[in-house]
Design a protein around this ligand. Structure first.
Ligand code: CU
Length: 285
């Protein structure tokens, strides 16, 4: 809190600014220069951010990987919408702060007009955050319901068993089971799924709590002993990815990785048939 005791500027009333804030003879005022500099800085930052967004859409994903499922795309849209809302609020707050700092800084000892009990403004800054929260809640609940939805008849079912420190993937419709090793101990377990088909995952654990996480799904779900969890996805693009355990589950938690192969439905059927033949003849997968 500043006081005006022993202020040498006391007595300079009615003139507004103290002498050091007066305009520079023959040039523009410091206030104008500062406002222009801030404006140019903001514009430059926006241009750089905009250009980087055009060059690489990882910027517009705001840190998220490129989603490879329908559900992941919904999650990404929710994430982006939440950030856009936050940026709008931030821009308004920063704008008001800058406006007050630049155009309403202290120029003398006279108190500015004191406004109190401004009912319209108080109602507005109570109502606007409430509306923001209500809108964010609506979209979050809507998207959460979609992401958690499970079909009555999914195209492919995968029973996932997590254990210290690897994974087992069982396909009951094809009588195929894939097990692997933890990273650096041998081949990783392979989870293969088709594109454009609904895939239901049933998650259980043989020992402690793990978590099933494929970053490109933009989704993770706990794998808990004696508490089966479920979720469903529809993959939208082929490729090979790495899945993780994302719950600290013991010494080799970080090595509890698995390979995710997303293939076409035709390739999936062919691979399942080959695996089924190999496993029923006693070969290891
Ligand atoms: Cu784990």
């Amino acid at each position: 809190m500043t006081t005006d005791n022993a202020d040498p500027a006391r007595g300079v009333r009615g003139g507004g600014k103290p002498p050091r804030d007066r305009g520079v003879p023959g040039g523009s005022s410091p206030r104008g220069n500062r406002a222009r500099a801030i404006g140019m800085t903001v514009a430059a930052v926006l241009v750089v951010l905009g250009l980087s967004g055009c060059a690489n859409n990882s910027f517009t994903r705001l840190g998220f990987p490129n989603p490879i499922t329908l559900q992941g795309k919904t999650i990404l849209t929710l994430w982006q919408g939440s950030w856009i809302t936050a940026f709008c609020v931030a821009a308004l707050v920063w704008g008001l702060i800058l406006w007050a700092v630049i155009f309403h800084r202290k120029r003398g000892d006279t108190l500015p007009p004191q406004a109190r009990y401004n009912m319209p403004i108080e109602i507005m800054y109570t109502a606007v955050p409430f509306v923001l929260i209500a809108v964010l809640f609506y979209y979050t609940a809507k998207d959460e319901n979609y992401v958690d939805k499970i079909s009555s008849k999914p195209d492919v079912i995968v029973n996932v068993l997590g254990f210290q420190w690897s994974w087992q993937f069982n396909y009951p419709q094809y009588h195929v089971t894939n097990v692997g090793n933890m990273w650096l101990e041998g081949p990783l377990p392979v989870l293969e799924i088709p594109t454009n088909e609904t895939v239901e995952f049933n998650l259980t654990s043989a020992d402690v709590v793990h978590a099933f996480w494929i970053p490109e799904f933009l989704f993770k779900r706990d794998v808990i002993p004696d508490h089966p969890n479920h979720f469903e996805i529809t993959a939208t693009q082929t490729g090979t990815f790495i899945g993780h355990c994302s719950e600290l589950c013991g010494l080799y938690h970080s090595r509890m990785l698995f390979t995710v192969k997303v293939v076409t439905p035709q390739q999936f059927q062919a691979d399942m048939a080959a695996e089924q033949a190999a496993q029923s003849s006693g070969s290891t997968s």
